[in-house]
Every structure is written in structure tokens, then in C-alpha cells.
Design a protein around this ligand. Structure first.
Ligand code: SAM
Length: 285
């Protein structure tokens, strides 16, 4: 039995699929607080019971957050420890809780993060796209015109961009991205992370959009789309050029292979096969 600091708001991440991705500290805290504010109490109860947590639940969702937060802040001020969870992952990340945390902080209440799963970060950790700088765009607008105009605003973005998307719109969104960012821009679809049908597909947008459009299985479940930033397009072209060059070089003179690989991939010829240099830029000897 552990104790928690009284009068503090614990913001606790829960799993995004695999129910054992709830940390030991999260379990101990959720058992010890006076009450858990949950986005959907019916949704969270099975997970909590699986971990032996029978703390009382109250609802805090998008539609009642403004009204519910006053009562929660009063409980915190009276000394109760309260935990905030959402249906999956980290609260506040495309989920309710921002207003509560803001109100709690404004009232001088300590807010304590209890980190854990977040679909955006889990997807980024396996996408193989640059992760030193990235932006999180959350959900794109559901209507086509608004979605395209949001994407157009991102045309110059050099950092990796992370989107949450509904499986019902993933094919449309990938097609829009292909049209706006170009067929060769690298993208990754990370689906059903930590679940049975976990899939991570990384391809240039033309191939990814076509593959998802043709396969209804890729339009199921929960998904994150990651898009390489504009600057990375050059690297993607270079990687493709290097791949083609390596194949052609088996049959052709290097200069000829580099010329063809550059024409096919759009990568600069000199980056594939430098003048007076037999191996430069091939990356694989
Ligand atoms: N707070 C959550 C988090 O920390 O990731 C996000 C909640 S948001 C309402 C739900 C969206 O997150 C889904 O539509 C999907 O885009 C993404 N998501 C959640 N779980 C996922 C999973 N297991 N695999 C891929 N994407 C997931």
C-alpha cells in the first residue's frame, strides 16, 4: 500500500493498447488516490480492475470539463489526491484535461506527471524518420477542404510532422498528402501500436497512399501518420538514388549507372558517383 501526496493532481498515462503498459508507479498511485477522473469511466474500469485498482471514478470529458473541474479543484484544495486519466495514452494529448490542469495550477495545486504511453511518441520511436526536431499536429480537420488547407500550411515544414488520424479517413488523408507534399516525400503509417495487428509501413507517399487505398485492412484500427519534413526529401531521394545505383552498377559502368539512377530518383548524379571517384556517395561500398 503506497501513499500519495495529498492535495496533488496526478496526471497519469495509461496504455494505448497493451494493458500491461501501465507502470508500477502508475498502478500504485491509481490505487492510492482518493478519486480518479476518467474520460469514460466504463472504458477505463476493465483496465483498472485488471490491475487491482478499485478507486472511485468520476467522469471528466470534453463535454463536462468546464463544469466538473470546479468540483475537482475544490476536492484538491480540501486535501484529496486526485488522478486524471484518459481513455488511452497521455491525458491532454488530443484528450481532455488541459482546462483542469490549468485551473489546478492557477489555484496553486501541484500537478504531478506520471509518464507512460503516448501514440505519437511510440510511433516516432519506430518510424525511422528524423526525431531530433518534430511537430505534433494532432488530428487533421475531418472535412476535405479544411484538411487540405491545413496541409498546405505545412508545405514548408522542415521538421518531421506527426498526425493522429481516424482509420476512416487515413486513405483520403494520405492521398491529400501525396498531392500536396509530392509523390516522393517519405511517410510512415503506424497502426494499432502495442496491439495484435501492429503495423508500421514506411514508404514514399505515392506508394503508401496506393497501398492503403488498395488494402481495407490498412484502414482499420487506430493510426498515426508521420511525414518527413521538407528538408528530408533530399535525403529520401538520395537513399532511393543510392538503391537504384547499387542495382544498375551490377550491369553498367558506374558513370552510366549513376546517370540513370539520378534520372530515375531525382537525386543529384554527383552525390551518387562523384567525378574522379568510383565509390563516393554509394553508402554501401
Ligand atoms: N492521449 C492519446 C495519446 O497519448 O496518444 C491520444 C488520444 S487520441 C483521442 C486517439 C488517437 O491516438 C487515435 O485516433 C490514433 O490516432 C492515436 N492512437 C491511439 N492509440 C493508438 C495505437 N495503439 N496505435 C496507433 N495510434 C494510436
Amino acid at each position: 500500500m503506497s501513499s500519495v501526496q495529498p492535495g496533488a493532481l496526478w496526471v497519469v498515462a495509461t496504455p494505448i493498447g497493451h494493458r500491461d503498459d501501465l507502470s508500477a508507479r502508475a498502478i500504485a498511485t491509481l490505487r492510492a488516490v482518493a478519486v480518479i477522473a476518467a474520460e469514460d469511466t466504463r472504458h477505463s474500469r476493465p483496465l483498472l480492475l485488471h490491475h487491482g485498482i478499485d478507486t472511485p471514478l468520476i467522469a471528466l470529458h470534453e463535454h463536462n470539463e468546464r463544469d466538473a473541474l470546479d468540483a475537482i479543484v475544490r476536492r484538491l484544495q480540501a486535501g484529496d489526491a486526485v488522478a486524471l486519466i484518459s481513455d488511452a495514452g497521455t491525458p491532454l494529448i488530443s484528450d481532455p484535461g488541459f482546462r483542469l490542469v490549468r485551473a489546478a495550477r492557477a489555484a496553486g495545486i501541484r500537478c504531478i506527471p506520471l509518464p507512460g504511453a503516448c501514440a505519437a511518441i511510440a510511433a516516432l520511436s519506430v518510424a525511422g524518420l528524423p526525431s531530433d526536431r518534430f511537430v505534433f499536429e494532432g488530428f487533421l480537420p475531418p472535412k476535405a477542404a479544411a484538411r487540405r488547407s491545413r496541409l498546405q500550411e505545412l508545405a514548408g515544414e522542415a521538421r518531421t510532422v506527426i498526425f493522429y488520424e481516424s482509420s476512416h479517413r487515413v486513405a483520403e488523408s494520405l492521398a491529400d498528402m501525396r498531392d500536396i507534399f509530392g509523390a516522393g516525400r517519405e511517410a510512415v503509417l503506424a497502426r494499432e501500436l502495442t496491439k495484435l495487428f501492429e503495423t508500421v509501413l514506411g514508404e514514399p507517399l505515392a506508394e503508401l497512399a496506393a497501398r492503403v487505398a488498395a488494402d481495407p485492412d490498412q484502414q482499420r484500427g487506430e493510426c498515426v501518420i508521420l511525414l518527413a519534413g521538407r528538408g528530408e526529401q533530399v535525403d529520401a531521394k538520395l537513399a532511393e538514388g543510392q538503391r537504384i545505383f547499387a542495382i544498375l552498377r551490377e550491369e553498367l559502368a558506374p558513370a552510366k549507372a549513376a546517370k540513370l539512377a539520378a534520372a530515375i530518383s531525382g537525386a543529384p548524379r554527383k552525390a551518387l558517383y562523384g567525378e574522379g571517384n568510383g565509390e563516393r556517395g554509394t553508402g554501401n561500398g
